[in-house]
Design a protein around this ligand. Structure first.
Ligand code: SF4
Length: 320
């Protein structure tokens, strides 16, 4: 079953990751328009949507968003986040940057506590205006389902023949850690073909692609929960190791981004990023029984140490 958003502004919806989320749809309200055609797309497949390929006008987006924000604030239910998503890929809009500027101005004026998020498939990162706009928002959430072109072709059906994961990852690195990578891990069959991006080869290559510095000798996956004060001690220690030992750190959390983001923001850098484990699969896959807990991975993607992060010492790091 597929569904389209029939308005420019939709929701709000309660997102486990983002909180109370007010949606903005820059794409047609009666059709889908996307540079991907993912096999799992909630909007349906591109071939089902051949008409109505018009973008919503910048002025209409601003007017509708202002009205809705004012109403929600007056009712005492301001959104936690304004999220660009909808019937396709928002960054395809030719005035995407201007619309982001309008949105930030409205947010600052009407609803200053709300974050601005963009859910994008990362196919437009070659455009300077799109990269500039994504650097202005609070949550720059970019899709990368696999490190292999052939798997992306199977899962996401990029509409451009020149799509290349290498190019996308290179562009992602220009954000210097100011991004969240979103991945749909799945296994199954579609149109008679096996699709599985959960194999060891896939996950290992995906993990490798996420390293801001792919030449870094060691990467640490830190499992974190904000209710545990010791996790903050561990995070502080890891931040030091990013500077003193060149460690790359990926912090895995299963809390709402809206709730956790203010606490983690001071620690973020090109060497320390956050991954959201929405469905608990990463915690489960690593058998996490307690936090702070972490796994140290070497340049060949081998887990060389795991345990309580407070027991990770500079001498231990140097021994690998
Ligand atoms: S990128 Fe999003 S909107 Fe586009 S096809 Fe994939 S799931 Fe659908």
């Amino acid at each position: 079953m597929t569904s389209l958003y029939h308005d420019i502004i939709f929701g709000p919806v309660h997102s486990r990751r983002l909180g109370l989320s007010l949606g903005v749809n820059l794409l047609p309200t009666s059709s889908k328009l996307c540079s991907f055609d993912c096999i799992y797309c909630e909007c349906g497949w591109n071939a089902e949507h051949t008409g109505g390929r018009r973008f919503n006008a910048r002025e209409d987006v601003r007017t509708h968003l202002a009205e809705t924000l004012r109403r929600m604030v007056a009712e005492g239910t301001p959104p936690d986040v304004i999220t660009f998503a909808g019937n396709g890929e928002p960054t395809l809009h030719p005035q995407f940057e201007e619309i982001i500027d309008d949105t930030i101005a409205l947010r600052n004026e009407i609803c200053p506590s709300a974050k601005v998020s963009v859910l994008s498939n990362a196919t437009q990162l070659h455009r300077d205006d799109v990269r500039r706009a994504l650097l202005k928002v609070d949550n720059n959430i970019l899709k990368l389902d696999s490190a292999f072109d052939e798997t992306v072709r199977l899962m996401n059906n990029p509409q451009s023949a020149t799509y290349s994961v290498r190019n996308v990852v290179d562009m992602m690195q220009l954000f210097e850690g100011q991004l969240t990578v979103q991945t749909m891990f799945l296994r199954g069959e579609c149109n008679g073909r096996q699709v599985d991006n959960t194999t060891e080869r896939e996950v290992s290559a995906w993990l490798d692609s996420q390293r801001p510095d792919s030449h870094a000798p060691l990467t640490y996956i830190e499992f974190f929960h904000s209710s545990n004060r010791v996790c903050f001690m561990a995070l502080h220690k890891l931040e030091e190791y990013t500077r003193s030992n060149g460690l790359q750190v990926i912090v895995v959390v299963r809390e709402e981004a809206a709730k956790i983001e203010p606490a983690l923001r001071p620690y973020l850098s090109a060497k320390l990023s956050v991954a959201f484990d929405d469905d608990n699969k990463t915690f489960t896959a690593f058998g996490v029984q307690y936090v702070p807990f972490g796994v140290l991975i070497d340049a060949k993607n081998r887990a060389v140490w795991m345990g309580n992060t407070l027991q990770l010492t500079p001498d231990l790091l140097k021994s690998f």
